[in-house]
Design a protein around this ligand. Sequence first.
Ligand code: UD1
Length: 372
Amino acid sequence: MTNNPLKILIVAGARPNFIKVAPLIKAAQAYNRTAANGSAKLDWRLIHTGQHYDTKMSNVFFQDLDIPAPNVNLDVGSSSHATQTANIMNRFEPICHSEKPDWVIVVGDVNSTMACAIVAAKLAIRVAHVEAGLRSYDRTMPEEINRVVTDALADLLFTPSGDANENLLREGIPEKKIRLVGNIMIDALIKNLGKSRQCNMPKTLGLHGTKFLYVTLHRPSNVDDPQTLAKIMSELNRVSSQLPVVFPLHPRTKARLVKSAIPVFASNRFRLLEPIGYHESLCLTEQARLVITDSGGLQEEATYFRTPCLTLRPNTERPITIRLGSNRLTDLEHLHSDIDSALLGNRKIGRIPELWDGKSADRIISTLLACS
Ligand code: UD1
């Protein structure tokens, strides 16, 4: 490696991306502070695609996670998958031309991840993918397509767990491109534990010392079909007579409820909230008696806290959360009985996977420097 600074564009577009880039930026800043005289510095820029743009879906995460303001915001906003992906590509390409980075780092599996990976690969700029190798093997999920395409194009693939390495090797990705670094979401979690405990969200909601259920659902498969969503809401309402339910609504979910005039049963025992911040969500996950979700990140955070978790999906790209962690899959038909059995079980279950230790971002930065 020469002593020229290594130029990196870090891309973030949607809520879960912000959580993943925060530790990376902290690790890059820490490296620059301690780099010996004469060693290459990291010249990084943060590019926000604007896929998520509401204050509660974006700004709040920048504040909570202390992420510096993005150097560029592509302001793409919402649209169909093709249009959103095309808009990101269109607006990211000139940034690559003007910045001439050595690496583009993309994280997770949202449309912004894939769009920027394609642009960089076509310009022969090296791509590093953080959270590579996860597979649900379900191509009806837009994220699965984003994962497969991004991994096929990436030059360095940073994986969170051994199963991801196996998936990549099966797809013919050369072993030398793959690095098992652990889970970067857990870096953010560990760093923010103090603040999340301090915010004491259950107390704010009047649920301190009470068992409660924490629900997050936003996947098209759960919320786009009015009949499915109505059934879910009715089941959650039933459960709320057993224990209070806290359900912050993703804008997609809220829009579908309103559009289809699905009855909501908001009450003191069934709390429908606006999207909540990062610390509040961590706090609810740690203290909940049970989490019900379709989010990837929540499955991992629940595993870390060893909080029982039911994932309302036919599959997960994060099987380690089931094999080792506190996660189980469920469907609408079994939700009722699965909730009942989870409530009969232990309050803390499973164990934390190896390398989910808060040091993934440091491993990523050292590898990038070593490979440059
Ligand atoms: C996206 C990701 C998904 C991730 C989720 C986390 C893709 C394909 N999907 O899904 O993997 O789990 O983010 O939240 O990239 N909207 C707002 N305000 C916003 C953003 C979105 O109101 O700030 C509304 C819009 O009506 C939009 C809808 O939410 O059409 C969906 O947003 P979009 O980014 O397309 O997908 P998500 O469902 O958020």
